[in-house]
Write a protein that binds this ligand. Structure first.
Ligand code: KDG
Length: 358
């Protein structure tokens, strides 16, 4: 059994397994694609340490395991990847810094905290910019996105590939949220919402009248448990696989931002690798990113259903309610569009439009 399926079974739950009805509760997950291609030449051995924020059952971890399997198989075990989940080695910001100094080989952050390296990435943080997954994928596969990856050059980080973190949804422990007015709060202080470390996200929640506070992902569960924050926003799959439902009773399908992930390697590690290994690492990153997007897609609705089954009260917003949110965050565009660049936004919107024509 491959590591990927071991993890899937963990997700399906030990109780299910003991009854012998494997996968009964798991989404209809795609098998990892077969690993194709010859074993490359012998250019020595590398052990790559990769730190990620999410749990072993997440699409991010499962696809990273596929990345590891590709490298291991195609180098006859000469390249191995050790994956450290659950922010064990640090948060997104810290792990990117560790890549710069060479104290960590690989990491897999959201694009949002990486805007300190490549400002253009902030375009992904604009609310309601990418209306559907097809558009998001078209953007992530575009030359514009490749230019953003190339923008890391010289920073100490080599960015390998975009994949899907996903559409972010609001959860909280206080009350159902159906409209921007609810976010502004019935009580005086409004809801305290944890955001990623990114100024556009802060601006979104401030504009909605909430009380945003940036925080590392690894600290979030206990902050919610202790009531330091009322809520947070993340894709359903993250809310499920990080067990946020244990401390958050309410969810709202706001889909306010689509966030990509970026798989990264330290430039120091990269430069130590033979060109043939570099080519393989780049290819494996693209293949695992494709698989990650597929898994993330499969997890999305399934995770929401699982959360409902586990007792989370989830509000699905209708078009009118989403439009109200969209209108309420217009000031975020007014503030950030000139800083991010009107030309870049237009470039993205053009890709979005052509993706809906195809
Ligand atoms: O590995 C990625 C995670 O660390 C993080 O980026 C997840 O979306 C995320 C968040 O809210 O911090």
């Amino acid at each position: 059994m491959t590591a990927i399926w071991r993890n899937t079974l963990t997700l399906a739950g030990a109780a299910t397994l003991s009854l012998g009805i494997a996968y009964a509760q798991s989404p209809d997950l795609s098998d990892p694609p077969a690993i194709e291609g010859e074993v490359v030449g012998d250019h020595g051995s590398h052990t790559l340490r990769m730190g990620i924020g999410l749990a072993e059952s997440s699409p991010q971890y499962l696809s990273s395991q596929y990345f590891a399997d590709i490298l291991e198989q195609r180098t006859d075990g000469r390249i191995t990847v050790d994956i450290f989940p659950n922010s064990q080695l640090g948060d997104d910001v810290q792990m990117m810094e560790m890549l710069q100094t060479g104290s960590l080989d690989m990491t897999y952050p959201s694009s949002s905290p990486a805007t300190t390296y490549v400002e253009e990435l902030a375009v992904f943080d604009l609310p309601f910019l990418l209306p559907n997954r097809e558009a998001a994928i078209a953007v992530m596969q575009s030359d514009t996105a490749q230019r953003m990856l190339d923008g890391f050059e010289g920073s100490g980080i080599k960015a390998l590939a975009f994949s899907e973190n996903g559409y972010r949804q609001l959860s909280n422990s206080a009350r159902p949220v159906e409209s921007p007015e609810d976010v502004a709060g019935l009580d005086v202080s409004g809801l305290t919402i944890r955001t990623m470390e990114n100024p556009v996200h802060l601006s979104i929640w401030k504009t909605l009248g909430a009380n945003p506070t940036p925080m590392a992902f690894g600290e979030l569960f206990s902050a919610m448990e202790q009531g330091v924050v009322d809520g947070q926003e993340n894709p359903w799959s993250t809310i499920l696989t990080s067990n946020f439902h244990e401390v958050q009773d309410y969810g709202s399908e706001t889909r306010h931002v689509y966030t990509p992930f970026i798989m990264m390697i330290s430039e120091r590690t990269w430069e130590r690798m033979a060109p043939e290994y570099q080519e393989l690492v780049q290819e494996a990153a693209r293949q695992s990113a494709e698989y990650e997007i597929q898994l993330a897609t499969e997890y999305d609705d399934w995770s929401r259903e699982q959360l409902e089954e586990k007792g989370m009260q989830i509000t699905r917003l209708d078009d009118e309610q989403i439009a109200a949110f969209q209108e309420a965050v217009q000031p975020v565009y007014d503030e950030w569009a000139p800083k991010i660049g009107e030309d870049l936004i237009a470039e993205i919107q053009e890709i979005v439009e052509s993706s809906s024509i195809q």
